[in-house]
Write a protein that binds this ligand. Structure first.
Ligand SMILES: O=c1ccn([C@@H]2O[C@H](COP(=O)(O)O)[C@@H](O)[C@H]2O)c(=O)[nH]1
Length: 235
């Protein structure tokens, strides 16, 4: 588990271009030590180069590609991602996919996170997608399967963190998007908590995008989140 409050915050660099992403990184300076790079920046061009540049600059990088394909493709793609030197990679929490990614990262330092149920989903969304069990049991099933396969951590919402921490123990990394500082817009997220609540629930890392990237003063927004994390780590 990470004890440094600043390293608990992962800022999502959801930006359309490498230039805009790097300008934000400059603005955030030492307020942010851990970045998430996802589909927008990768598909917009330059996301993987930004990832390598951040790693060289001493930042931690989480590549949020949410891999899901046939096992051969997932295994080989994971092995390629491991060559970038990033710290974390997401794959969807399906057993076949998780096993393939686990094989693909063998012998590397890359850690894998399994996406359980997207934080923009509630029970009705899952049922509409054909999963009649709802959020809680589906997250738990995927979490247990991930642990059995040897996956390092989970993408969950803060709402599931306390129960999973109790069930899975301290070594499973619990990474929670769906984090909103008090008073900030929830947007398309449905299972949310504040940074302090998420930390108290047992999350290791909080993923925060728009509350930082869309803030008029992103550095101040990041510092306020780190302060909330810090206050609740020591409480
Ligand atoms: O279940 C999930 C999985 C991934 N995400 C990603 O986290 C950030 C959240 O951004 P906000 O702007 O703070 O909502 C974003 O990059 C998502 O792709 C998630 O939200 N939920």
């Amino acid at each position: 588990m990470q004890t440094n409050a600043r390293d608990r915050l992962i800022t999502a660099l959801d930006m359309p271009s490498a230039d805009e992403a790097l300008a934000l990184v400059d603005r955030l300076g030492d307020a942010v030590s851990f970045y998430k790079i996802g589909m927008e920046l990768v598909y917009g061009g330059g996301g993987l180069a930004v990832a390598e540049r951040l790693v060289k600059a001493g930042k931690k990088v989480f590549l949020d590609l949410k891999l899901h394909d046939i096992p051969n493709t997932v295994e080989r793609a994971t092995a390629q991602v491991a060559r970038l030197g990033v710290h974390l990679l997401t794959v969807h929490g399906y057993p076949q996919t998780m096993r393939a990614a686990h094989a693909g990262r063998a012998g590397t330092g890359l850690k894998l996170l399994a996406v359980t149920v997207m934080t923009s989903y509630d029970d009705d969304d899952l049922i509409a997608a054909g999963y009649a069990e709802g959020v809680g049991p589906t997250v738990r099933r995927r979490a247990d399967q991930a642990k059995d396969i040897g996956i390092d951590g989970l993408i969950i919402s803060p709402h599931e963190a306390a129960a999973l921490r109790a069930a899975l123990g301290p070594s499973m990394l619990l990474v929670t998007p769906g984090v909103r500082p008090a008073g900030s817009a929830v947007g398309d997220q449905k299972r949310v908590m504040t940074p302090g609540e998420a930390i108290r629930a047992g999350a290791d890392h909080l993923v925060v995008g728009r509350p930082v990237t869309a803030a008029s003063d992103p550095r101040a927004a990041a510092e306020a989140i780190v302060a909330d994390i810090s206050a609740n780590l020591t409480a």
